[in-house]
Write a protein that binds this ligand. Sequence first.
Ligand code: KG4
Ligand code: ZN
Length: 325
Amino acid sequence: MILSIESSCDDSSIAITEISTKKLIYHKKISQELEHSQYGGVVPELASRLHALALPAILNECSPWFLYLKAIAVTNEPGLGVTLIEGVTMAKALSIALSLPILPINHLKGHIYSLFIEREAILPITVLLVSGGHTQLIEVHSYNQMETVATTMDDSYGESFDKVAKMMALGYPGGPLIENLAQDGDPSRFPFTVPLWQSPLIAFSYSGLKNQVRLAVEAHGEDAYADIAAAFQKTATEHLTQKLKKYFKSHPPLRFAIVGGASANLYLRERVNELLLPYRADLFLSDLKYCSDNAAMIGRAALEAFHLHQSVYHKDIAINPRCKL
Ligand code: KG4
Ligand code: ZN
């Protein structure tokens, strides 16, 4: 079995995955959303201290499986430096105490492999990764061969929901709050400009849209929040689908997936589903409980790393907060 640890942002999570069956044996996650909510975003030092409390509490429940472990997997990149170190330190301690190798796992690969926690891996696949830290279009050929074909020039899709929620003092994380609020709104009241709509670039950008929303919030106040949320969600998503449409012209999709925390957004799922219809490409999604950060996806990615002999000694593990894929 492999014990996996995730602490790249504001979720403390540990999982145990059986190597021969790929079965998830144990999984627990303690989210810090409530603690960060009053600040409208993640406070890194607070997140780090909360991981230091939560991770040992979860690990206590895992001791019955210690005897069966072959490796300790841990997210070592990308993420917040002060929170990654909590998981990596625990992995190092376990590695020394139990004489086990460490499998360093890239968080983004974890999100991609969240697709295969409950089904067989199907590759190649084109993946849209939308989270709080990233907005990327990725051609996934294999675990070792992933090519980022488009990325964001500034904010990410999920982050823009967080920032809009903060402008409206709704709390954190903003994604589900804005999606909910948008259900009661009229998206046509605020005709926001779709980012980069005239640009031939296949890239993403959310800073301009964020400013349009800020001006609307300031000018119209609380009564207009539902309409602003609906118009924002529509425009932010249209930006993604416009760029996907452009990309598909030269790279028609065979299979397509959306992963990451913001892939839970139902409006986004519906729009991408429509876009895929003419290509007859299937849309793959992770189960909702595996969209946001979790150690089950790190454990699933670690199975690939294990078979590829990518383990390292505890003294050789590096933390790369800004690394991509
Ligand atoms: O993958 P994740 O848990 O953490 C990172 O790796 O960043 O993603 C968290 C992000 C947050 O920005 C959150 O607001 C966004 O995912 N999110 C959503 C929704 N649920 C979560 N964004 C839009 N709509 C949602 N329903
Ligand atoms: Zn994530």
